[in-house]
Design a protein around this ligand. Structure first.
Ligand SMILES: Cc1cc2nc3c(=O)[nH]c(=O)nc-3n(C[C@H](O)[C@H](O)[C@H](O)COP(=O)(O)OP(=O)(O)OC[C@H]3O[C@@H](n4cnc5c(N)ncnc54)[C@H](O)[C@@H]3O)c2cc1C
Length: 398
């Protein structure tokens, strides 16, 4: 029995599948063309409890742990959704956890197995103003770490926040920010010392604050239904009360919550691979060449068998690492390995799945074409494959 296969989780899987079938599949192609998902989708997902999965009920979430979040992510893709849809609809999965943790709760089961919620402290205000409305689907948040000068080297962040009375004055820019076009607020990594010092803090910055401008909508290879933006900050005055946790604790907070993001991306990778195996298998059964179905040929059957094996091996390893994270084990190296294993499996499987579809695989009408494009970001976002290798090498004592 899989670790995510309990009676409650089977129900959650069914709920997710019904949501995707009813609310997503009829519209996904339109959202891909529009470059974003509608705000109402957030409210719909919140109403049935999907948006709040992995967040404690004490902050407006639906409860559940990291494994529940993984299950929802997996099922959205396996039901015909996409990693782009997850990026757009679940951006709060990266925008909110720092606020929840600073207020004494934990999200995603990252540091605890089950979510207890804990006692809320001084950051309660941020919970009421941002976390609850976002989990209710009435607000959209984004997380802004990456800057035009570089994303991998988080300590080198150059966006500054200078203290001026009970405000910070923020100057700098961010890029490639998921949901940045639609976001009502942005959890923003700023340098609270001299630029490049690595002394980081997290500030929640409201859209509409004077000096904060959302630049152009960035056009991308994949994730078309997920809006991506450049952000600019010129003398933006942000109340000190919008700081998450203590000053200069941002770097640690970012690193801690990267683990959940990386496991989510790893899940998106193996689930995309699984979906592509299903699509390719169906296609090879139906498609006949030289008088018989493709699937009747040993070469094709073996190729599908190898794709299936890769996807399943990746799924098993990601689940094992996720279970260890949920149990509170410090498995930073294993999380990096899980992301790389799943991304490598996904890259290979989507490529083969498209090839098996022949010319149709190259058309916009083919679901496999979308997965092929969407998959390419998974080895870049949330820390690149090379940065994961750096973490793994460090874990090996190199
Ligand atoms: C669609 C999309 C959505 C995104 N969403 C967000 C978001 O919501 N919020 C956010 O903050 N960021 C977001 N990002 C940014 C993403 O996290 C970064 O692109 C990523 O971390 C890499 O940073 P970079 O692009 O600056 O590449 P760089 O850091 O410039 O790296 C370039 C290349 O060099 C390699 N490299 C870098 N350093 C080393 C090294 N020491 N050794 C070996 N190789 C190295 C990298 O692996 C990469 O291949 C998004 C990006 C995209 C494309």
């Amino acid at each position: 029995m899989s670790i995510v296969d309990t009676p409650e989780r089977r129900q959650l899987r069914e709920l997710t599948r019904a949501f995707v079938t009813r609310e997503v599949l009829p519209h996904l192609a339109d959202w891909e063309r529009a470059g974003e998902v509608p705000r109402e989708l957030h409210a719909t997902a919140a109403k049935i409890g999907l948006l709040g999965i992995g967040f404690p009920e004490s902050v407006g979430g639906s409860g559940g742990d990291l494994l529940d979040s993984i299950l929802v992510t997996e099922e959205i893709i396996r039901s015909g959704g996409s990693s782009g849809l997850i990026a757009a609809l679940f951006t709060h999965g990266i925008a909110l956890p720092h606020m929840v943790a600073a207020a004494g709760g934990q999200s995603g089961g990252l540091l605890r197995g089950r979510l207890g919620g804990g006692q809320l402290r001084g950051d309660d205000d941020l919970i009421d103003r941002y976390v609850r409305p976002t989990l209710a689907g009435t607000m959209i948040g984004a997380l802004a770490i990456t800057e035009p000068d570089g994303g991998s080297d988080v300590a080198a962040i150059r966006t500054t926040a200078r203290r001026d009375g009970d405000h910070y004055v923020v100057n700098g820019s961010k890029t490639y920010i998921t949901s940045g076009v639609r976001a009502d607020f942005v959890t923003t990594a700023v340098c609270t010392d001299f630029p490049g010092s690595g002394e980081l803090s997290l500030l929640v910055i409201d859209k509409g604050t004077p000096g904060f401008t959302v630049g152009r909508r960035l056009e991308k290879l994949g994730w078309h239904c997920s809006d991506t933006a450049e952000l600019s900050f010129v003398d933006v005055r942000v109340p000190v009360t919008n700081r998450i946790g203590e000053e200069n604790t941002g770097f640690l907070a970012i690193m801690q919550h990267f683990a959940a993001e990386r496991l989510s991306l790893a899940t998106q990778a193996y689930a995309t691979a699984q979906r592509c195996v299903e699509l390719a298998t169906r296609w090879c059964r139906d498609r006949a060449t030289f008088g018989r179905p493709l699937a009747s040929r040993q070469l094709i059957r073996h190729r599908l068998a190898e794709m299936h094996t890769r996807a399943e091996a990746a799924r098993a390893y990601v689940h094992e690492v996720a279970a260890r994270v949920a149990a509170g084990e410090p498995v930073v190296t294993e999380v990096a390995m899980a992301k790389n294993v799943a991304v490598a499996a996904c890259d290979q499987v989507v490529d083969q799945a498209l090839q098996l579809h022949g010319g149709f695989g190259y058309l916009r009408d083919a679901e496999v074409e979308r997965h092929y494009r969407d998959a390419r970001i998974l080895g870049i976002g949330g820390g690149t494959t090379e940065i994961m290798n750096e973490i793994i090498a460090k874990g090996m004592g190199l």
